[in-house]
Design a protein around this ligand. Structure first.
Ligand code: NAD
Ligand code: DAU
Length: 351
């Protein structure tokens, strides 16, 4: 695949900004068109160090806007897409499912359809869809999600992502559109919006606010350093086989309560607080509706076929993440002002 112009959607978000940074730094041969609607989760400050790179163009547009997407394909002669733009937070999908269906399902359909119209039968192009392990549903105490696990999405978020995966596969099957999909576990690292578990807890500890642990904190997630995910995307983009799915994960399962305790210990140490100070903020709150019990990814296919594995040990990754948030209070302040606070208050006033 010899892409020259690469359209990355959602490049001002958490994972997208890491992917854009990696591609701009490692692939000067590509022109990166970074398209993002700049929703509450998108932030151009995430790209401040690379915004003016000569191989980077930012386009402010919504993926559901057919005319805008058409214009991008026509003006930029797009050769490949890495599609990350999405509504990404499960709790928000419970409060407002339709915006997830609009962006994640309709937006993906608009991109696929535009790509098909422009690319026709070209086979030297690629539509790479970045998806989630949540499409596979929820695990019991044992077992791992493989690429063959049947889809069983259970939240409006995961159902919308599963729908978009199916559309990608349908365009491959029906129109021979060259595609690849990856399904990844929970990411953590710098620039993650502080509504997701790890940055929310860090921010609340800093401000000595309660740490809301859903239910009894016994749900399990498999955590992966965001820069390892970005590297996996780079590898799949270049070496993934047409029509294939690759699972990406950290082989790093944690019960939420154990993770929060570890984070509390790190924060006490970094903030010079007495041991146990942060943990005293832990507050068990009403469980998330339909809360999936356990996710765990079998990432052996991407390791075996493409040679990728996670590099960063979890505690080291958490320490680096904590350092980044402590060193960037202005970033947190900017991104958490405005609509996010309204949402947060609405969510917690029901508990
Ligand atoms: P994020 O919420 O941080 O960023 C999403 C980005 O998409 C934002 O910049 C936002 O402005 C943009 N966006 C939203 N709606 C848009 C629209 N209609 N048009 C154009 N842009 C729009 O999300 P993230 O955590 O970086 O996730 C990126 C992708 O990776 C998503 O597709 C998500 O499903 C997937 N994913 C995330 C994780 C995770 O742990 N965060 C794990 C696996 C897969
Ligand atoms: O598995 C991949 C998915 O991981 C991605 O597709 C999603 O985009 C991403 O948001 C993430 O989904 P989760 O729902 O697993 O992530 P979240 O950080 O919201 O929650 C992680 C766990 O922590 C989950 O079991 C719910 C729990 N939790 C979360 C929050 C925000 C709490 O106990 N308290 C909280 O305040």
């Amino acid at each position: 695949m010899s892409a020259r112009t690469l359209l990355i959607t959602g490049g001002a978000g958490f994972i997208g900004s890491h992917v854009v940074r990696l591609f701009i730094g490692s692939h000067p041969e590509y022109r990166i068109v970074n398209l993002d609607a700049l929703t509450y989760a998108g932030n151009l400050e995430n790209l401040s160090d690379i915004e003016s790179a000569s191989n980077h163009v930012f386009v402010h547009a919504d993926i559901t806007d057919e005319k805008a997407i058409d214009r991008v394909f026509s003006e930029h002669a797009v050769d490949a897409v890495i599609h990350l733009a999405a509504e990404s937070h499960v709790d928000r999908s419970i409060l407002d499912p339709l915006s997830f269906i609009r962006t994640n399902v309709m937006g993906t359909a608009v991109l696929l359809n535009t790509a098909r119209r422009y690319w026709k039968d070209r086979q030297d192009v690629l539509f790479y869809h970045v998806s989630t392990d949540e499409v596979y549903g929820s695990l019991g105490d044992t077992g791992l999600f493989t690429e063959e696990t049947p889809y069983d999405p259970r939240s409006p978020y995961s159902a919308s992502k599963a729908s978009s995966d199916h559309l990608v596969k349908a365009y491959h099957h029906t129109y021979r559109l060259p595609v690849v999909i990856s399904n990844c576990s929970n990411n953590y690292g710098s620039h993650q919006f502080p509504e997701k578990l790890i940055p929310l807890m860090i921010n609340n500890i800093v401000h000595r606010k309660p740490l809301p642990v859903y239910g009894e904190g016994l749900n399990v997630r498999d955590w992966l350093w965001v820069e390892d995910h970005a590297r996996a995307i780079e590898v799949v983009f270049h070496q993934g086989r047409n029509g294939e799915t690759y699972n990406i994960g950290g082989f790093n399962e944690w019960r939420n309560i154990d993770l929060v305790h570890l984070l509390c210990r790190i924060m006490d140490e970094k903030l010079g607080r007495a041991e146990g100070d942060s943990a005293s903020l832990i507050t068990f709150v009403k469980d998330r509706a339909g809360h999936d019990q356990r996710y765990a990814i079998d990432a052996s296919k991407i390791h075996r076929e493409l040679g990728w594995s996670p590099t960063l040990q979890f505690e080291e990754g958490l320490r680096r993440t904590v350092d980044w948030y402590l060193q960037n209070p202005t970033w947190v302040e900017h991104i958490t002002s405005g609509s996010y606070l309204e949402y947060y208050q609405r969510q917690y006033s029901n508990r």
